[in-house]
Design a protein around this ligand. Structure first.
Ligand SMILES: *[C@@H]1O[C@H](CO)[C@@H](O)[C@H](O)[C@H]1NC(C)=O
Ligand SMILES: *[C@@H]1O[C@H](CO)[C@@H](O)[C@H](O)[C@H]1NC(C)=O
Ligand SMILES: *[C@@H]1O[C@H](CO)[C@@H](O)[C@H](O)[C@H]1NC(C)=O
Length: 427
């Protein structure tokens, strides 16, 4: 009933706004959403209504962060030797050259008590040379050093937390040459994340050092709705476990927030378990492919000093990494599920250059032939596409029209890039 009146009033209000305060209108316009997708078909399927709303502006995370984190494999059993050796291994295996450049220390690096001046101290038994020394070492390898703290009074392993110590702790991290902070959520006194995470953003900013800010409030307060203004990435779920069930649950939960991802700020479904032994090769391949497609951080969670050939094959797949690091930065998502229980899944995501990444993911308990009608993923139903298989490293066809299908093993996936075929002009 009110709608017609509103319609009459809006143009009038806009006119008033233009006349009365042009700078306010200009600011509103600059905050208007950027539309990254070229066709209506893509826009219908891939909601990007929150893309480009980045406000943090610390110049980081234009593509999802890549690197390694100590937690999934080592948990609390860390020391400076393991961190150094890992930095060495990232370089010697070639993973650093593929973009894995953050070496991130998780919980347990710090002493259980603060120092006389209330300052954070490294654990003298396990990090006797100190964090500055380690940062220098890591920087000397061309890599970056990440550290961990908590938006509570203790970390999850009961080391000092940074709640109400944000300024001093950010300053000491910066003085050590730290490049990345993962900020956890334990012992938080029941204070809302929205009140606990911004003070550290401001503290990091005021150090003047560019420090990647990774929020880890476990998806508790729907961080996608507010964290773009606070951090460079935000966890959307509980911790990942090294199991098929945990990995698939987390993928589905993270999928919900796809429209909020974009250059500068990413949904974080937690670190990779590839190489830790709890899943099959096919399951790890699917884990890596889906994380890459979802523009998730690619943080290796295994012992890179001692990887199998299979683990290395997955983590070093350059073509899959390129999907993750595509400059368009639109999160791919689950488009449809076919078969019994819809477990023959099709996931896809737009890439720069009018390309589309497509993952056929068989989450059923038997091998399946998964078939896609191209318009169902946002492609043109009558134009030819070139199709590249990112795991076979092979262009399968230059002329796929209308539908595409492939046999996919149990829990495995196939990953492709569809590119409009170059049509030869007839003259
Ligand atoms: C601090 O925040 C301002 C305003 O968003 C931004 O322009 C600047 O780059 C930030 N500096 C650092 C070091 O993050
Ligand atoms: C450092 O940590 C690694 C991994 O847990 C362990 O194997 C090694 O023994 C530790 N080294 C020292 C000196 O404690
Ligand atoms: C390397 O990994 C294998 C399992 O893949 C394990 O059996 C072995 O103990 C590991 N070696 C070291 C030095 O950690």
């Amino acid at each position: 009933m009110e709608a017609p009146r509103l319609r009459l009033r809006l143009p009038f209000l806009l006119l008033v706004a233009l006349v009365v305060s042009p700078p306010a209108v200009a600011a509103a316009a600059s905050r208007m959403r950027i539309e990254p997708l070229p066709t209506a078909a893509l826009r219908r399927l891939y909601d990007t209504s929150n893309y480009g709303k980045l406000q943090l502006n610390n110049g980081l995370a234009l593509t999802p962060q890549m690197g390694w984190n100590s937690w999934n494999f080592f948990a609390c059993n860390i020391n400076e030797t393991v961190i150094r050796d890992t930095a060495d291994a990232l370089v010697s295996t070639g993973l650093a050259d593929l973009g894995y450049n953050y070496v991130n220390i998780d919980d347990c690096w710090s002493n259980v008590k603060r120092g006389k001046k209330d300052q954070l101290l490294p654990d003298p038994k396990t990090f006797p040379s100190g964090i500055k020394d380690l940062a220098d070492y890591v920087h000397g390898k061309g890599l970056k050093l990440g550290i961990y703290s908590d938006a509570g009074i203790f970390t999850c392993q009961v080391r000092p937390g940074s709640l109400h110590h944000e300024k001093a702790d950010a300053a000491i991290f910066a003085s050590w040459g730290v490049d990345y902070l993962k900020y956890d959520n334990c012992y938080n006194l029941g204070i809302k994340p929205k009140d606990r995470y911004p003070p550290m953003r401001d503290a990091l900013n005021s150090t003047g050092r560019q420090i990647f800010y990774s929020l880890c409030e476990w998806g508790q307060d729907d961080p996608a709705l507010w964290a773009g203004k606070v951090g460079n990435s935000w966890r959307t779920t509980d911790d990942i476990q090294d199991t098929w069930k945990s990995m698939t649950d987390i993928a589905d939960k993270n999928n919900k927030w796809a429209s909020y991802a974009g250059p500068g700020g990413w949904n974080d479904p937690d670190m990779l378990e590839v190489g830790n032994g709890g899943m099959t090769f096919a399951e790890y391949r699917a884990h890596f492919s889906i994380w890459a497609l979802m523009k998730a951080p690619l943080l290796i969670g295994c012992d890179v000093r001692n990887m199998t050939k299979e683990t290395m094959e997955i983590l070093s797949n350059k073509e899959v990494i390129q999907v993750n690091q595509d400059p368009l930065g639109v999160q791919g998502r689950r488009i449809l599920g076919q078969g019994k229980n819809g477990c023959q899944e099709v996931w896809a995501g737009p890439l720069s250059g009018n390309r589309l990444a497509v993952v056929l993911w068989n989450r059923c308990e038997e091998s399946a032939n998964i078939i896609v009608k191209l318009p169902s993923v946002g492609l043109d139903g009558s134009s030819p596409y070139s199709v590249r298989d990112l795991w076979k490293h092979e262009t399968l066809s230059e002329n796929v029209v209308g539908t595409f299908g492939a046999q996919v093993d149990v829990h495995d996936c196939k990953m492709y890039i569809f590119t409009p075929a170059v049509t030869v002009a007839s003259s």
